[in-house]
Design a protein around this ligand. Structure first.
Ligand code: C2E
Ligand code: MG
Ligand code: MG
Ligand code: MG
Length: 292
């Protein structure tokens, strides 16, 4: 009957709520220890210069392989870490890993690649961020233009007047600033006007939806033209097939990233990948760039 049904619905509702809450508490509780136990690992996803047709860098993406809970997606644990403040420790771990990887690559291949690290709002507003980055640049002898920091609109929403000063200080240190997930927020265009970005990353949802002559293709093409007019480099993320890749090359997109080019991979695998594709660029070209 209705009364019983109502009660059942109610029970299911609270049960699923408490499941969510339980999982959340469980993750929060195990995070700190997880960092100490070495369960977090930075993966690297290659980025390709689409015009010069060579590897230019990678994005650092954090992974958590929990001993007890299995692999946990950053989409789940990053927002939690952001809420609890643990993102500060996690973020330092990612920055340190990326800086040491940059240094190793520089030594091994005698050339500089660029590594991009995602910064959440809380990390960005951490008063120690600037001194930490400065320390890493000196300690790991990072060349100007080799460390890139990705921020999203979420940070800029606050309208905090110190943001611009922090961005400018980072740029003076030789750090590149990129706007991640461009096109998904409310006022991306306004932010391009207000803040000194070097790089614009077109959100993968536009790339995924880019078929011949549709709205997304039109938008991508014109975002690229606009960004170039503003003196920005453009990275397209989420490239999964040759049709998307060829279209982006045609639109003069600078850099591409996506499963077609390479998955995010552990540091050792990334070094092997570089060994194959960086020193012998024809390998990746044959695999991915089927233009002409
Ligand atoms: P994001 O910065 O926009 O990173 C791009 C996401 O797209 C990554 O998801 C990447 O694995 C995924 N991706 C790359 N190529 C493709 C493709 O061809 N197709 C599809 N469908 N997806 C692709 P991931 O690694 O799960 O990270 C999700 C988000 O978590 C990131 O989005 C970023 O916002 C955040 N995140 C990851 N690592 C960190 C970190 O170290 N610090 C902070 N603050 N956030 C991070
Ligand atoms: Mg990113
Ligand atoms: Mg993105
Ligand atoms: Mg994203």
């Amino acid at each position: 009957n209705a009364k019983q049904q109502g009660r059942n619905t109610y029970c299911l509702f609270t049960e699923s709520m408490s499941n969510t809450l339980q999982r959340r508490l469980m993750l929060e509780e195990s995070m700190q220890g997880a960092l100490e136990r070495g369960e977090f690992e930075v993966y690297y996803q290659p980025q390709l210069d689409l015009q010069a047709r060579k590897v230019v860098g990678a994005e650092a993406l954090l992974r958590w392989h929990s001993e007890t809970l299995g692999p946990i997606s950053p989409a789940e644990f990053i927002p939690l870490a952001e809420q609890t403040g643990f993102i500060i420790d996690l973020g330092k771990f990612v920055l340190n890993s990326a800086a040491s990887t940059l240094q190793q690559i520089h030594t091994q291949f005698n050339t500089s690649l660029r590594l991009a690290v995602n910064l959440s709002p809380r990390q960005f507003n951490d008063p120690e961020l600037l001194s930490h980055v400065e320390h890493l640049i000196a300690h790991c002898a990072l060349q100007p233009g080799t460390l890139e920091l990705e921020i999203t609109e979420g940070l800029l929403l606050s309208g905090d007047s110190t943001i611009k000063a922090t961005l400018t200080t980072l740029q003076k240190m030789g750090v590149l600033i990129s706007m991640d997930d461009f096109g998904t927020g409310y006022s991306s265009l306004n932010y391009l006007r207000q803040y000194p970005f070097d790089v614009l990353k077109i959100d993968q949802s536009f790339i995924a939806d880019m078929h011949a002559g549709n709205e997304s293709a039109y938008l991508v093409k014109n975002i690229i033209t606009m960004a170039h007019g503003l003196g920005l480099k453009v990275i397209a993320e989420g490239i999964e097939d040759h049709e998307q890749l060829n279209r982006l090359v045609e639109f003069n997109c600078n850099i591409g990233q996506g499963y077609l080019i390479g998955q995010p991979m552990p540091e050792a695998a990334f070094q092997d990948w570089l060994e194959h594709n960086f020193t012998r660029p024809e390998n990746i070209m044959n695999k991915s760039l089927s233009i002409q």
